[in-house]
Design a protein around this ligand. Sequence first.
Ligand SMILES: *Cc1c(COP(=O)(O)O)cnc(C)c1O
Length: 358
Amino acid sequence: MADFRSDTVTQPCAAMRQAMHNAPLGDDVFNDDPTTLELQRYGAELLGFEAALFAPSGTQANLIAMMSHCQRGDEAIVGQQWHTYKWEAGGMAVLGSIQPQPLELQADGTLALTDIAAAIKPDDPHFARTRLVVIENTVGGKVLPLSYMRAVAALAQDRGLACHIDGARLLNAAVALAPQQGVSPQQMARELCQGYDSVSLCLSKGLGCPVGSLLLGSKEFIARARRVRKMLGGGMRQTGVLTAAGLYALKHNIERLADDHANARLLADGLQQLASEQPALKTLTVIAPQTNIVFTDISPALAERLLPYLAGHGINVTASRYQAAQGALMRLRWVCHLDIKRSDIDRTLSLTDKFASS
Ligand SMILES: *Cc1c(COP(=O)(O)O)cnc(C)c1O
């Protein structure tokens, strides 16, 4: 089995399960679950915030953040492809009465600073009150650099807006950027968050937990967020069984994200190589990965044969059809994570080679 569909499919390892089993428990709605308090303290310190709040999902952590920053009728600037805008069932509008102002992404995954500035509405009764800028890092596996993150925070501060990072995979960005800056991934993560009012972080993706996200911010912000979480039904009781996994992950599973990035590169390079050697794979193009996610495009005709072949050998990817200039294409998404080993990459490449040769 090699399940490339998402880094959410990871199973808790034996040591993580043991930590969950052994966790001291309280009642988190009474704010006395010791393991959850410990995770929130640990996470806040890790990312350089005063306080943190455990949430059942990244979607809810983002929604809590947006509803804590914005009042009904306020506006949030988001990316057209941001998770908060496109992949969260419209929650900010439906449940928060927040108007999204989506902007097109640049090729590197950023929102142009000039586009953000131009989207901020003047104080005029015709307009919604622009209140928040949301940034996503990583976005589609792309890393937004530190200089860009700083520039957005500075712009938001200058214009009196709050700013939030959807950092579902922020630690992947930190691990990718840390070597260039000569700092630890933890230090890099703190630097990426500096100047932001809040950040959400998924524990249940590359970090390998079964459930959960953290929302981080000031003490005052987290106090408001706690009420919103309760309103949304996210107040849970003996959460220590879940937050013990989060603590384990933050202590043991950050540095190892580099292995996932290395595996993604191996997979991308190997597929690229096969595409140049195998006539049957000539429609295959590979987008070079920056972190743990590889995208490849193939013709729908090839996808129709290749995907069932791989699935028949226990190798699963997600595929979505889109219209490119040269016609319809299938975009495959291969996500590397802690349950994908180097040997899975080798096996995937050799099976693809065998498929192309037959
Ligand atoms: C996965 C993800 C989330 C939250 O996802 P949940 O499945 O709700 O935990 C938020 N933002 C981004 C960018 C994501 O990739």
